[in-house]
Every structure is written in structure tokens, then in C-alpha cells.
Design a binder for this molecule. Structure first.
Ligand SMILES: NC(=O)c1ccc[n+]([C@@H]2O[C@H](COP(=O)([O-])OP(=O)(O)OC[C@H]3O[C@@H](n4cnc5c(N)ncnc54)[C@H](OP(=O)(O)O)[C@@H]3O)[C@@H](O)[C@H]2O)c1
Length: 231
């Protein structure tokens, strides 16, 4: 059986990605605090911000990973704070890094020994993985770190036929976007895409599915943003 292990499939991009992989015959395992609403998904309740999260779920995860001929690990869950480089206390900075950077490392450390050739580790980055805007300090830092982790993993996995990639979405129509962009500002956000629209989460799901089966992109950063208009 092929397995797709994803974080944050209770909503948004993760939920659409879970659906896409299920339709391709994957056994999908989700880690998040809320349940994934898709019945066919194997949901494991988990708060990635808790440093000891893996100990609580490893007994459930091990047999699934052990029996999988191919594993696609997708680091999708993220914490987005509105904070600034000038006034972010280290504790809240640490909390963001815990979900966005440390949890992916914890899952890599656990899952890589089970990964057979043909497996992959995909990261959901952001446009803010390669540029900064004001007021998203810990998110910008952690998304940049995610690209570093993806590139370093590519180098350290040489010879094992496991590939890595980071898919960087632009403005995608999800809960996270709606929480951070007030309705009156949405038109301006749409206008930042060359297509004057938000990205459908299914478009990112399709990109992740494609990335999982094309080892030629090993180590790559894939921009999935409809062409962001630069001003
Ligand atoms: N939407 C955009 O415009 C956009 C743009 C660029 C990049 N992205 C990236 O795309 C990814 C998915 O974002 P989205 O827009 O789909 O967001 P979303 O709809 O808010 O979903 C976020 C997911 O992350 C999970 N999550 C957050 N904190 C968690 C925690 N402590 N433990 C476990 N799970 C946690 C949530 O699950 P629970 O709440 O159930 O735990 C949820 O399933 C993120 O990495 C985000 O940075 C999004």
C-alpha cells in the first residue's frame, strides 16, 4: 500500500490534498487537532505545537509506515502570527517555529527510516519562504527555514531515491487566508495575482500530487502562485 502522511488536513490545502491522494489510491494519514472530515482518511489527533507530540502517536503511526511500499510525507500545517522583528518575544517566536520547523524535523526523523525508494518529503512553503513583507516575522523566518530544511534533506538523502521539494502557494482560498485578510481587502489580494483571482486549494493539491511522483524536481522550490504581480 502507498501511504501519504500529511499534517493539517482538517481544513484548507491539506484537506483538498488528502482528497486528491485518496482518489489516487493512497492510504492517507492526517495529523491535526480537528478531525479531517473525509471518512476514508486515517485521522490521528495531534497538536504539533506540543514538543512531545510524537511519543503519543508513534504506536499508531509505526505499523502504518512499516507496511507501506511508498511514503509521501507532506509538511502542510502552519502557524501564522501577525508579529514584527522589532517586538516579538522569543516564547511566541518559539511557538511558531515548533509547528512550522521543529514538527517537520520530528516527523522526518521518525518517518525517513521507513521510507523505501520512490518515497518523497514535500513541504508546503509560501511566497513568504523567499521574500518578506512587514508584520509576518515568525512566519517569514520559519518558511525560509523550511526551504533550508528541504534543500539540506535533499543533500543528506543522496543515493536513497527519496526526493524532496517545497511547493510555495500564493494567495489560496482557505480559512488561513480569510482569517488574515479582511473582506474589504480581498479584492486587492486578488489583484496581486496575474489572473486576478485566488488560487483554488485543489490547484495546490494537484501540484503536490505531481511533485510526489516526479523525482526530477528533487531539491526544488516550486512557485504555485498564478504569477504574483510585483509592484
Ligand atoms: N492560504 C494561503 O493563502 C497560503 C499561502 C501560502 C502558503 N500557505 C501555506 O499552506 C499551508 C496550509 O494552509 P491553509 O491555508 O490550508 O490553512 P488552514 O486552512 O488554516 O489550515 C491549516 C491546517 O494546519 C493545521 N494546524 C495548525 N496548527 C496546528 C497544530 N498546532 N497542530 C496540528 N495541526 C495544526 C490545522 O489543523 P487544526 O486546526 O485542526 O489543528 C489545519 O488543518 C500552510 O503551510 C500555509 O502556510 C497558505
Amino acid at each position: 500500500m502507498k501511504c501519504m502522511l500529511i499534517t493539517g488536513a482538517s481544513a484548507g490545502i491539506g484537506l483538498h490534498t488528502a482528497q486528491r491522494f485518496i482518489s489516487e489510491g493512497f492510504n492517507v494519514v492526517n495529523l491535526s487537532r480537528r478531525r479531517c472530515p473525509i471518512d476514508a482518511v486515517n485521522h490521528i489527533n495531534c497538536d504539533l505545537s506540543a514538543p512531545g507530540f510524537l511519543e503519543k502517536i508513534s504506536n499508531q503511526l509505526s505499523p502504518i509506515l512499516q507496511g507501506s511500499e511508498q511514503i509521501v510525507l507532506i509538511h502542510n500545517a502552519a502557524k501564522m502570527n501577525n508579529d514584527s522583528a522589532v517586538e516579538t518575544p522569543s516564547q511566541s517566536f518559539r511557538d511558531a517555529l515548533e509547528v512550522n520547523v521543529v514538527a517537520p524535523n520530528t516527523l522526518n526523523h521518525f518517518a525517513i527510516p521507513y521510507m523505501k525508494p520512490g518515497s518523497s518529503i514535500l513541504f508546503v512553503g509560501s511566497t513568504l519562504a523567499e521574500k518578506a513583507v512587514p508584520g509576518s516575522y515568525s512566519y517569514v523566518v520559519s518558511k525560509h527555514a523550511m526551504i533550508g530544511m528541504m534543500r539540506a534533506a535533499c543533500q543528506d538523502l543522496v543515493g536513497r531515491s527519496i526526493h524532496t521539494a517545497c511547493v510555495c502557494p500564493g494567495f489560496t482560498d482557505t480559512e488561513m487566508l480569510r482569517q488574515h485578510v479582511p473582506d474589504e481587502a480581498m479584492e486587492g489580494v486578488r489583484a496581486m495575482s496575474a489572473y486576478n483571482r485566488l488560487i483554488d486549494p485543489d490547484e495546490i493539491a494537484d501540484t503536490l500530487l505531481w511533485a510526489s511522483s516526479n523525482a526530477v524536481i528533487n531539491g526544488a522550490v516550486l512557485h504555485a502562485n498564478l504569477g504574483q504581480v510585483e509592484r
